[in-house]
Design a protein around this ligand. Structure first.
Ligand code: BG6
Length: 473
């Protein structure tokens, strides 16, 4: 349980704060993961009274729990700050915060969550320091939402600027995929199961696929998304982070230093090139609100990465993501090499695979070869499943609940370190800077046919299934 803190959200009226951060705080209160000595201050450009702001927050909390809401509301405040003109706002925020934290016995432990446009990150960090908000008797941490930079150069610059005023120990760069329960389970799956650890290498693994497939478009995010594209939006962060967790060596300890050191080692060895990339754009994208006509922004990518070390020699990692596709799922598919046929009189067998299904239906599944009843050497695929909800019940913490709690605890292991963020941009820049041809695809399809051809050339196919982890059917 975390007690004595102030949680200050910069950009508190925006979508992220309203849809993710406040519901997560409500969830933490509900799970009794906060004590009673804390306060939450929202800041934003708009003028809201405390009551109006509470009304807004309340209207965005799904499955509101009256008691928990009451505890939240009693500790919830609002203070207007114009991030474009920080002078006045931050000075008065300092006084406001000081009075509020005293009233709640919050102990001068401060977490500032920057949920603003990234263009404000630097000036906010400077203003917090300049106006004394970060000089506390307790701890002071800054959480940065993504995107952190837009390529290697800008990420480096931003790191350099932020580190002029804060230590890396105080900086928490969010990648919300690292807070998802199934993603947090990868380390335990690998290190805690002797049946997997010895076979986690090129001798036994044929290839890995990481898929983040979405069946919806860009909604009202046109202005933002059109400057980003899918590679920057989810490739540089979520997909490369998943690749790191699968490919890294088991860290000596599961702590922030060792985990992040191992991820960095992978990022140094990942090879991506524009030649092994297929980019796509869904039909009708350029008439979405906020999108420039004739836009060349990708809403889909399929990549083939390799990792230049002994463990992964010759094992491709295929990464794929897209908007407006025919399905919605996120999973990691690990296909093992084919078994020896000779003993089965050369009857071809399906290779084993393991799926880590991040969403929906969180769980894992292994496909094995089983014996057909009544037949001596006839084989058919059978599945072994682990359904997360069946084992642990429905109340698994959401990604932001987990990450906010870890940031409050001062645990940086699921946050991205400065060298990681720079290296992952460097990796993705290899494709984004080359601007490969953009292929159109129909909404509701599984992306451009060129992506299927890319993997088919290697004699493989995309894994498009959402597995039934409950029954393993
Ligand atoms: C965000 C991207 O980081 O991740 C979105 O900006 C994407 O475009 C989202 O839809 C996917 O996250 P989740 O948790 O919904 O799978």
């Amino acid at each position: 349980m975390q007690n004595n803190f102030s949680f200050i959200i910069l950009g508190a009226t925006g979508d992220l704060a309203q849809k993710k951060l406040f519901p997560a705080l409500h969830g933490l209160i509900r799970m009794n993961r906060t004590g009673n000595d804390f306060c939450i201050i929202g800041t934003g450009r708009k003028d809201f009274s405390r009551e109006e702001f509470a009304g807004l927050v309340k209207s965005n909390i799904p499955k509101l729990h009256e008691d928990s809401w009451k505890r939240l509301e009693e500790r919830l405040y609002y203070h207007a700050v114009d991030f474009g003109r920080p002078e006045n706002g931050f000075k008065s925020l300092q006084q406001y915060l000081s009075t509020t934290e005293k009233a709640h016995n919050a102990g001068e432990n401060r977490l500032f969550y920057l949920a603003t446009l990234p263009s404000h990150f630097k000036s906010i960090a400077y203003s917090l320091r300049k106006h004394g908000l970060t000089e506390t008797k307790g701890w002071c941490r800054l959480v940065f939402e993504k995107p952190f930079g837009s390529d290697e150069k800008t990420a480096r610059e931003l790191n350099r600027e932020i580190r002029k005023v804060f230590d890396e120990k105080q900086i928490y760069r969010i990648d919300h995929y690292l807070g998802k329960e199934l993603v947090q389970s990868i380390g335990i799956l690998r290190a805690g199961n002797r049946i997997f650890s010895p076979i986690w290498n090129s001798e036994n693994i044929d290839h890995v696929q990481i898929n983040l497939i979405e069946d919806f478009g860009i909604g009202n995010r046109g202005n933002f998304y059109d400057n980003q594209g899918a590679l920057r939006d989810v490739g540089q962060n979520h997909l490369l982070q998943l690749l790191c967790l699968i490919a890294m060596e088991i860290p000596a300890r599961f702590d922030e230093k060792c985990i992040r050191n191992e991820k960095v080692k992978v990022l140094r060895k990942v090879k991506l090139s524009a030649r092994d990339a297929v980019l796509g754009q869904y039909e009708g994208y350029s008439s979405e609100p906020g999108v420039g006509s004739g836009s060349k922004t990708e809403t889909f990518f399929a990549l083939k990465a390799t990792i230049g070390n002994k463990r992964w020699k010759g094992v491709p990692f295929y990464l794929r993501s897209g908007k407006n596709l025919g399905r919605k799922f996120a999973s990691i598919y690990i296909q093992f090499k084919e078994p020896n046929y000779t003993v089965f009189h050369n009857q071809r067998l399906n290779p084993n695979y393991l799926v880590i299904q991040i969403q929906p239906d969180d769980g894992m599944l292994v496909q094995l070869n089983g014996k057909v009843p009544g037949e001596k050497l006839k084989v058919m695929p059978v599945k072994m499943t682990f359904c997360h909800e069946c084992a642990f019940g429905p109340n698994t913490p959401q990604a932001y609940e987990t990450l906010l709690f870890e940031a409050l605890q001062g645990d940086q292991s699921a946050f991205v370190r400065s060298d990681e963020v720079e290296l992952s941009w460097k990796t993705i820049d290899k494709v984004t800077k080359k601007r490969p041809v953009l292929h159109p695809y129909a909404k509701g399809s599984m992306g451009p046919k060129e992506a299927d051809e890319m993997i088919a050339k290697d004699g493989r196919e995309w894994f498009n299934r959402i597995e039934n982890v409950v029954q393993g059917l």
